[in-house]
Design a protein around this ligand. Structure first.
Ligand SMILES: Nc1ncnc2c1ncn2[C@@H]1O[C@H](COP(=O)(O)OP(=O)(O)OP(=O)(O)O)[C@@H](O)[C@H]1O
Ligand SMILES: [Mg+2]
Length: 385
């Protein structure tokens, strides 16, 4: 691997180039700086690999730079991790109980076991105490990743504690990141219904101009390589602004260029990008498309496959054509369409049309489906060119 390759092919791990998300960061900054912001608790949701964790990290750094106490936790034992961070240790009550033992001991014998129970008021109390002790313009920023996996009790504890502190006018901010539908899931817990009002920042692929700009900025940091304009455009077209795929293409293009030439700066051409597209796509399929698409119910994957086949001259996909292809009335398949929209795999594209929200779904299915292999692709990106 070339040391000065700032892109990464790893799905997780440290990042050296960051793409786009300027609006989202400005939104978060505004919420941090404005005590009366209605966005002191919000969700970041999107599909795998679209950059939720990466954005959460950035927001956390931003909070720390502004002098906030930032606490980043994952869905596992989230309340406890927050308590630990606030208390500098585990705040807990230890209750001794004498009870018939669980499996393993003879029935009827009495054993003394130690049950550790977390005092549900302690998080709310500690949060308020710490927030009051901080300087006026700083506060406590809590970020929770993978929130779709968080147990109900934990979610209620965290959200209710944050809400209580916010109601008292304390400087608290809570950002929860998860897969599409996370907000609905958390807000459905009886103790979290107020989270229905929280903003859902839905993220996905970058816009076309953001994508081009992101590549230009990244290559400006790598003066050893000189990328041609049509190569940048091709990288953008192929990645369709999906951040992980943008990293993969950038990474393999730089690796290829450093193998091919001793020139400085080394050129990266349109052909270089085209040559690395298959290997970049493999990584994207493995880490993003497969985890999402291989677990879909058959009815939904059939709908997506039909979408791959019925694009018109402009690449537009009519819902009527999808239904016809499936041999069903539109009303029979409208619930599939809705479920795919909820999962943010597709979106309406004007009345009666839909489009894919994830790149290369067709190529993913192509391996297993002959009809798809023979279809002439109509890339969504063509519509921008
Ligand atoms: N804004 C970005 N700038 C640069 N690279 C990014 C950005 N967002 C995501 N990536 C790249 O995509 C990879 C996956 O991103 P990330 O882990 O943030 O996605 P995620 O939405 O949290 O996915 P998952 O649902 O699987 O947790 C990162 O390791 C990074 O390589
Ligand atoms: Mg993540």
């Amino acid at each position: 691997m070339s040391l000065s390759n700032l892109f990464t092919s790893s799905y997780e791990g440290p990042l050296r180039v960051f793409f786009g998300r300027q609006n989202e960061l400005a939104f978060a900054r505004d919420a941090l700086e404005n005590r009366y912001s209605p966005y002191r608790a919000f969700f970041i949701t999107g599909n795998r690999g679209c950059g939720k964790t990466t954005l959460l990290e950035r927001i956390s750094h931003m909070g720390a730079d502004l002098g906030w106490l930032t606490i980043d936790v994952h869905s596992t034992h989230a309340s406890q991790a927050i308590l630990d961070a606030l208390a500098g240790g585990t705040e807990r009550t230890v209750a001794k109980s004498a009870a018939p033992s669980a499996a393993g001991l003879t029935l009827g014998s009495i054993s003394s076991s130690t049950t550790i129970t977390y005092n549900t008021t302690s998080l709310a109390r500690l949060l308020q105490e710490r927030a009051k002790s901080l300087q006026q313009n700083t506060g406590i920023l809590i970020t929770v990743d993978e929130v779709q996996k968080i147990p109900e009790e934990d979610a209620e504890n965290i959200c209710a504690s944050a809400q209580l502190a916010l109601r008292k006018g304390l400087n608290i901010m809570l950002v929860l990141a998860g897969l599409p539908g996370s907000k609905e899931k958390v807000a459905s817990y009886p103790g979290c219904t107020f989270m229905q009002r929280a903003f859902d920042m839905q993220i996905g692929a970058l816009e076309v101009d953001e994508t081009i700009q992101a590549y230009e900025d990244a290559f400006r940091k790598m003066p050893q390589w000189q990328i041609e304009d049509d190569a940048i455009w091709e990288a953008g077209r192929f990645s369709q602004g999906y951040p992980y795929l943008m990293q993969l293409i950038g990474y393999y293009a730089v690796e290829r260029a450093s193998d091919m030439t001793q020139l400085t700066p080394a050129p990266i051409t349109l052909d270089d990008i085209r040559d690395v597209e298959p290997i970049a796509l493999d990584g994207f399929k493995e880490n993003v498309l497969s985890p999402i698409l291989s677990t879909l119910p058959e009815s939904l994957s059939d709908y997506l496959k039909a979408m791959c086949l019925v694009g018109d001259e402009q690449g537009r996909i009519a819902t009527s054509a999808v239904a016809k292809h499936l041999g069903k009335a539109q009303s029979q398949v409208s619930s599939y369409r809705k479920r795919l929209i909820d999962r943010r795999l597709i979106e309406p594209d004007g009345r009666g049309y839909v489009l894919f929200l994830l790149p290369h779904i067709r190529e993913y299915y192509e391996g297993s489906d002959r009809a798809l292999r023979e279809w002439d692709p109509k890339q969504q990106w063509n519509r921008y060119s």
